[in-house]
Design a protein around this ligand. Sequence first.
Ligand code: BGC
Length: 409
Amino acid sequence: MKLTTKLMAFSAIVSASSASAVELEVMHWWTSGGEAAAVSKFAEAWDATGNTWVDGAIAGGGDTARPIMVSRIIGGDPPAAFQFNHGRQAEELIEAGLLLDLTDVAEAEGWAEIVNPSNLLDACTVDGRIYCAPVNIHSWQWMWLSNGAYEKAGIPVPQSWTEFAATAGDLEAAGITPLAMGGQSWQQNGAFGVMSVALAGTDAWLAVNRDKDAEVAAGADYARVFEAFGAARELAVGLNVQDWNQATAAVINDTAGAQIMGDWAQGEFAVAGEVAGEDYTCLPGLGEVAVLSTGGDAFYFPVVDDEEITAAQKELAALLLSPPVQVSFNSAKGSLPIRGDVDLTTVNDCTQKGLDLLAAGNLLPDGAAVLSPDTVTQLNDLLTEFWNTPSMTPAEVQSAYADIIADAD
Ligand code: BGC
């Protein structure tokens, strides 16, 4: 090869690789041990393409992270990508034209054929255009119990909420806090939602949350839930932690009996080396109504005025749904893949229960898909007030709750 030809070939390689080597700042709220392990799978996969993942983790959970992300975006300094729950959280950003339309990526990658259940892609779709890349199915509908705590108390691990509540006194007698609950309001609202499904049933939950039926919210089925939620408040006294993963840690180290929390808790058990079925027990639907809610996470990509970044954003969106990345990320995260055509190879007992519910179609939408962010905030505020105000009665909180539902959109 002549020198000039060699040089031309070399410069073509350099410009090709520099054209594809792009730094993307990705914002998310995955900062617990299990979450950090999971997000590193995305970062590794992106870096392996020759590009660079610039990690923009925000501690403090979604309610802290989302306003920071939004202010970066509307302030004109957007990250290249950010995590939201798939559902209604991004509605206003999409309406304002601030988020990249990913429909061409979705079509090229066949997302309509592979995303399962299909409502996860619907949750990314506005007016027929696709604005997010769903990366997992996370279900809120779980309780996690410490086998060690029950061993210390000398009683069998409960198999339902009813058994848990009936035996909570035995845990207390052994110096164990029955229920671990972190202080942030989303945790009380989330646990209340799970208790509503388990104790009032899926029809009542859908009537209230999807159809905004205030009569059901004020009625007898929900009165039972508020009574039980009031009793749960008593069972959580004594463990003063803020973050959800600190509450999970109390279950892991056997100082608390149980936690109602989404299946991201599995990532914490995994990092601590705990084995499902041996060290901890998981009850979908609190062992009362076995159901999987299909919430989870999706990545959105702000519109930027730089073709190279736009191309890289689309490349990242496709990568996040690719089979190997779906397997490595979801195995660490405790979530289920959003594509039905990948195998999680070896799954633990709890993930298997989730997969069985998915296969059986025992599914519910997540609250974030049916309630506006504004309604979610009002419910967070009300339920945390109840949780932290012993003098507030179940009847009082139920009446205020029904008023919020009556006004919800
Ligand atoms: C997200 C999870 C995350 C959890 C706790 C949820 O909203 O969907 O991915 O692990 O918050 O941070």
